[in-house]
Write a protein that binds this ligand. Structure first.
Ligand code: FAD
Length: 111
């Protein structure tokens, strides 16, 4: 996500879906998000119905915390990112462009 300033659409998407945000360890180590949100081997283990991995490479230490999710959707610019092997659905593309479209689509459906 490059910077904590880019979290707005992620929070908006989570709220629109009635969910919550989580993050990888580097993000919480940088202090961009609270350690409460850090998932993985050294963080929380979560098992939501839907986990949307936005700009997550799919390191084994991260997968350890999210693999029990019912559905994993990955959004990543790198088509070879390991997260796509763990995901049921994937979008290859720029999260900065895709997230606002997803937020609009979810809000439209919920109208
Ligand atoms: C002992 C140990 C324990 C660890 N424990 C944990 C843990 O508990 N949890 C954890 O998460 N990590 C843990 N790690 C770190 C782990 O190995 C990875 O470094 C970390 O998960 C990578 O985080 P990331 O996916 O956010 O970042 P990166 O690996 O840097 O991946 C960023 C991804 O974003 C994609 N990207 C870039 N720009 C865009 C864009 N505009 N749109 C879409 N995609 C984009 C890139 O293609 C890349 O795949 C641990 C490491 C060690 C050694």
């Amino acid at each position: 996500m490059k910077s904590p300033d880019n979290w707005g659409p992620l929070v908006e998407l989570a709220e629109a879906l009635g969910g919550a945000t989580a993050c990888s360890r580097p993000v919480s180590d940088e202090g961009w998000r609270s350690h409460e949100e850090h998932t993985g081997q050294t963080g929380k283990i979560i098992a939501p119905n839907l986990y949307i991995a936005v700009g997550i490479s799919g390191a084994t230490q991260h997968l350890a915390g999210i693999s029990a999710s019912k559905y994993i959707v990955a959004i990543n610019t790198d088509k070879d990112a390991p997260i796509f092997e763990a995901a049921q659905y994937g979008i290859v593309g720029d999260a900065m462009k895709i997230l606002p479209q997803l937020v609009s689509a979810v809000k439209e459906i919920k109208k």
